[in-house]
Write a protein that binds this ligand. Structure first.
Ligand code: MN
Ligand code: MN
Length: 453
């Protein structure tokens, strides 16, 4: 009898039928990525997906009952999908899955446009944890909304189609970088230098050459904007890359924003396509990358309001239902990177291709800021994953005391709901172009499906 534990490699153990399912599933995911690069776009795209499956909008004014399939669109930036099942809530609670749909990026400042030495620029304030140098010299696109003076909301999306221009942040040539390359990376690249090049043609007929006015003329023609309208805008600068297969065997997908759409997509598709009598709440959250604050983040009371409304309509105690509910906080973790092996602890990190990762605790400096899931809850999930042949692995972010990170898990757990982090391991997390294994994506789908069965 072999009493030892070891990870399972998905590709090594998959038969031909499973392999073709893994590859096919990733096609839908790439499409999802390419149509939703921001939280707003991902919510819009998901609403379209779920409406096709019969989900109806919900706004607290109607009574919920068993059999309902509804969605609550939170300001276009967050989404709650609720399937009310026939099982008794007081006994079974709710199965909750939450992923986030905001990703690290550069946001435009509110007075962003200026010109310098005949080039027009937009100033940015980065959002979430980025390595600033990674955003230089790559194709960038602009996505977001502007609320004009007259109250009209205009959508902006430019730089994604082949025939559209992209935007760009410059870097210093190596020939003149003798001083720069000796500086620590943390200080060599300054946030105030993440200025995006948007033009260089001057407006004709001006007394002085004026590049900024030419950009404004373009914005006015295309979007009806004037400069002051930037004050009431949310415009995000993201990489203009499309999701692409990586490797001779096409086993990986590279994309912007795997964190955390690589969990959102399997969560959504599992909740749409799994037959179940459970009540299932699927959440797409905003603002995770900056602490889940605000009314679109998971710290907002909205989750409580939805749970309370559901329980009131069905005549059960919300406190009782929460005590019986379970949550998968679906977020990415790190995948072991042999190029930076010293950052990881090999026995406890997750590996690309070894299945969906379960992260019992996150946090930093002695688990601070972590939801540390109980042995009992992990044991329960282990059992249902085994029953459904889900290939999974453990996933501690990295070496102890090297850094750390958090997720939304604690904001669910704080409500007396058993919660653990489950998600897909990522190489180069938070980079403009991240990498995931198609095998892990597929196992995440299977895990979420097993969870809500
Ligand atoms: Mn994340
Ligand atoms: Mn993140």
């Amino acid at each position: 009898m072999d009493l030892t534990y070891s990870r399972t490699n998905v590709f090594e153990t998959a038969d031909a039928e499973k392999l073709s399912k893994i590859l096919a599933y990733a096609e839908g995911y790439k499409d999802f990525l390419n149509h939703g690069k921001t939280e707003r776009e991902t919510v819009e795209e998901t609403v379209a997906m779920v409406e096709k499956e019969g989900y109806k909008p919900f706004d607290f004014s109607t009574k919920l009952q068993a059999g309902d399939k509804v969605y609550y669109n939170n300001r276009g930036k967050g989404l709650f999908l609720l399937r009310v099942g026939s099982k008794n809530l007081a006994e079974n609670g709710i199965r909750i899955m939450v992923a986030h749909v905001d990703s690290p990026r550069l946001d435009l400042k509110q007075v962003p446009l200026y010109e310098e030495s005949d080039i027009a620029y937009l100033k940015t304030h980065y959002y979430g944890g980025i390595k600033k140098y990674q955003w230089l010299t790559i194709p960038l696109s602009l996505h977001g909304v502007v609320v004009l003076k007259n109250g009209e909301k205009v959508k902006i999306c430019i730089g994604e189609e082949e025939n559209e221009p992209v935007f760009y942040i410059s870097d210093l040539l190596p020939h003149l970088s003798q001083d720069l390359v000796k500086e620590p990376v943390a200080t060599a690249f300054k946030a105030e230098n993440l200025n995006v090049i948007v033009g260089s043609m001057a407006l004709a007929g001006e007394e002085k050459k004026n590049v900024k006015k030419k950009v404004l003329a373009f914005l006015h023609e295309k979007y009806g904007m004037e400069e002051e309208d930037f004050l009431s805008s949310e415009i995000e600068v993201v990489p203009a890359y499309k999701a692409r297969d990586v490797g001779f065997d096409r086993s990986f997908v590279a994309s912007y924003g795997h964190d955390d759409r690589v969990c959102a997509y399997p969560e959504i598709t599992a909740s749409l396509h799994t037959e179940t009598e459970q009540t299932v709440l699927t959440i797409l959250a905003d603002k995770e990358e900056i602490g889940s604050e605000g009314n679109s983040g998971m710290q907002c009371f909205l989750i409580q309001d939805i749970l309370d409304k559901l329980c009131a309509d069905l005549g059960v105690s919300s406190a009782l239902v929460r005590s019986k509910s379970m949550c998968l906080s679906a977020d990415v973790t790190s995948a072991f990177d042999p190029n930076f092996s010293e950052a990881f602890e090999r026995n406890n990190v997750s590996y690309a291709g070894s299945g969906v990762a379960m992260t019992k605790f996150t946090g930093a400096r002695g688990k601070s800021g972590s939801n540390d899931a109980s042995a009992e809850y992990v044991g329960y999930l282990r059992k249902i994953f085994a029953e459904e042949n889900v290939v999974w692995q453990t996933g501690e972010l990295g070496r102890v005391d090297l850094g750390g990170g958090g997720t939304v898990a604690m904001f669910l757990a704080n409500r007396n709901i058993d919660t653990v982090d489950v998600g897909v391991p990522v190489l180069s997390m938070h980079a403009p172009y991240e990498l995931i294994s198609k095998a892990d994506l597929y196992e995440a789908y299977k895990a979420f499906s097993a969870f809500i069965k």
